[in-house]
Design a binder for this molecule. Structure first.
Ligand code: C2O
Length: 534
């Protein structure tokens, strides 16, 4: 196995989109940022140097970080931020993982522009479990604000209102032609006729689930969140912030130009965010002036398109890639997730929007939780996070008594190798949005999903314990529930949160603390000497 070295200089860079220019925070001056390439079991060292005025940290989204939680990256969870002028070397090994993941800033809203792909190839000599594509391409979906992104969220936090939605979606950093800046072409994917391409699609948008499609071409899904799936064909994929999807696209025999589109799914009803990002699939030999075949994305509330896609996802579950679903459960948990309202005397309406898990709005600590855990620093967190919601109620209707949330820094404690079943129940109290819930440190299996309230007697009978999809981020359906299972085989402190950045900011987050095991390789390693201090 190899050691791969990268250097990330975090710098401001003037960037023009939507016909206007502003300085943005970037890695090495690039948006999207550089791609990290490695093979399964390689070690990656990334030296991150902070040249901007913001505190900073970088997360390697989906990398399990076995025993190396110090390199996971969420600010105040596993590390204190890298301060302006300082640096930190993230040092980790990609044990037993291959596929598409991504890295992003994990503090404030900096990930809007600070993100890039991680491509982990199989070990040398190990083939893909599907035909080798002619070529591979990275497709990063994102969002663009004309104004300063940090200002957008800071104003919202002051007023207690929802932040402004973005001004455009992007494909590999470009919106394509939009009403406000129509002449601009978007990203171009050059292809040859009669070949199969693998697109490594990443949703790096802050707040938007997206549909993705290509005019005149079917997509064959082969992998999600860096785990292989049983291949299936679809016209449209659905991808939440934090998710990655590899698809194969086979080109026709004839030349042509085809529109590629990324459009929003299930926006909050109040948001006027209908903009579709476009790119072009350009066949070699077709004239630039040739007409482009258009595509019409599903309407943004096309829940059935999303449900069909999600229902088709299955683990490969082959001899070589078995689905190791935990069958005996040590902790059976039910977490309600959703938005609520808390009083706020300085806010515009006398109240502010908050979000919660089991009615607890997570308060960020001043010291990183992992440090507090490792060095036994008292008073930073408690381990009494409730395994069930406080009172039974109908989760899918508004009940005023449940709108006030508690503010606390509570963690849920797990023993080494304990197995967990977690039902995530959306309370759908304010907006009909799905919540893409991301768990750090683990992959999990999605064993069940449904609309309405989870029924602990009936629903588990229908769980798929054979070939459920394995991933790190799952869209919990609006007004419904998702059941996941995982094994706590990674000691440390692991963040779990909604990957809609606005919901994370409002408090839709919590963390698990996993104890060390007794065996020789079952303990969290000591922190590196350059770990930033708070
Ligand atoms: Cu991709 Cu905690 O995040």
């Amino acid at each position: 196995c190899m050691v791969r070295h990268y250097k990330f200089n975090v710098v401001l860079k003037n960037t023009t989109r939507l016909c206007s220019t502003k300085p943005i925070v970037t890695v090495n001056g690039r948006y999207p940022g550089p791609t990290i390439v490695a093979r399964e079991d390689d070690t990656i060292l990334v030296k991150v140097v902070n040249h901007v005025k913001y505190n900073l940290s970088i997360h390697w989204h989906g990398i399990r970080q076995l025993r190396t939680g110090w390199a996971d990256g969420p600010a105040y969870i596993t590390q204190c931020p890298i301060q302006p002028g300082q640096s930190y070397v993230y040092n980790f090994t990609v044990t037993g993982q291959r596929g598409t993941l991504f890295w992003h800033a994990h503090i404030l809203w900096l990930r809007a522009t600070v993100h890039g792909a991680i491509v982990i190839l199989p070990k040398r000599g190990v083939p893909y479990p599907f035909p080798k594509p002619h070529k591979e391409e990275i497709v990063i979906l994102g969002e663009w604000w004309k104004s300063d992104v940090e200002a957008v969220i800071n104003e919202a936090l002051k007023s207690g209102l929802a932040p402004n939605v973005s001004d455009a979606h992007t494909i590999n950093g470009h919106p394509g032609s939009t009403p406000s800046c129509p002449s601009k072409g978007g990203y171009t994917l050059a292809v040859k006729p009669g070949k199969t391409y693998m697109l490594r699609i990443i949703n790096a948008a802050l707040n938007e689930e997206l549909f993705f499609m290509i005019a005149g071409h079917q997509l064959t899904v082969v992998e999600v969140d860096a785990t292989y799936v049983k291949p299936f064909k679809t016209d449209t994929i659905v991808i939440s912030p934090g998710q990655t999807t590899n698809v194969h696209v086979t080109t026709h025999r004839r030349a042509g130009k085809y529109l590629v589109a990324a459009s929003p799914f299930m926006d909050a009803p109040i948001a006027v965010d209908n903009l579709t990002a476009t790119a072009t699939l350009h066949y070699a030999g077709s004239l630039t002036s040739a007409a482009t075949t258009l595509v019409s994305p599903p309407p943004k509330n096309a829940t059935s398109v999303a449900a069909n896609f999600t229902n088709a996802l299955r683990s490969l579950n082959s001899k070589k890639y078995p689905a190791k679903v935990p069958l005996k459960i040590d902790h059976s948990l039910l977490f309600t997730i959703g938005l609520g309202i808390n009083p706020c005397s300085t806010c515009v309406n006398g109240s502010r929007v908050v979000a919660s898990v089991n009615n607890i709005t997570f308060v960020m600590p001043k010291t990183a939780l992992l440090q507090a855990h490792f060095f036994n620093i008292n008073g930073v967190f408690t381990t009494d996070f409730p395994g069930r919601p406080p009172v039974p109620f109908n989760y899918t209707s508004i009940q005023l008594t449940n709108l006030g949330t508690k503010q606390a820094t509570k963690l849920y404690r797990l023993g080494y190798n304990d197995t967990v079943q977690l039902v995530l129940q959306d309370t759908g109290m304010i907006t009909p949005e799905n919540h893409p819930i991301h768990l750090h440190g683990f992959n999990f299996f999605e064993v069940g999903r449904g609309v309405g309230n989870f029924d602990p007697k009936k629903d588990p009978k229908n769980f798929n314990l054979v070939d459920p999809v394995e991933r790190n981020t799952i869209g919990v359906p609006s007004g419904g529930w998702t059941a996941i299972r995982f094994r706590a085989d990674n000691p440390g402190v692991w963040f779990m949160h909604c990957h809609l950045e606005v919901h994370t900011t409002w408090g839709l987050k919590m963390a698990f603390v996993v104890d060390n095991g007794k065996g020789p390789n079952e303990s969290l390693l000591p922190p590196p000497s350059d770990l930033p201090k708070c």
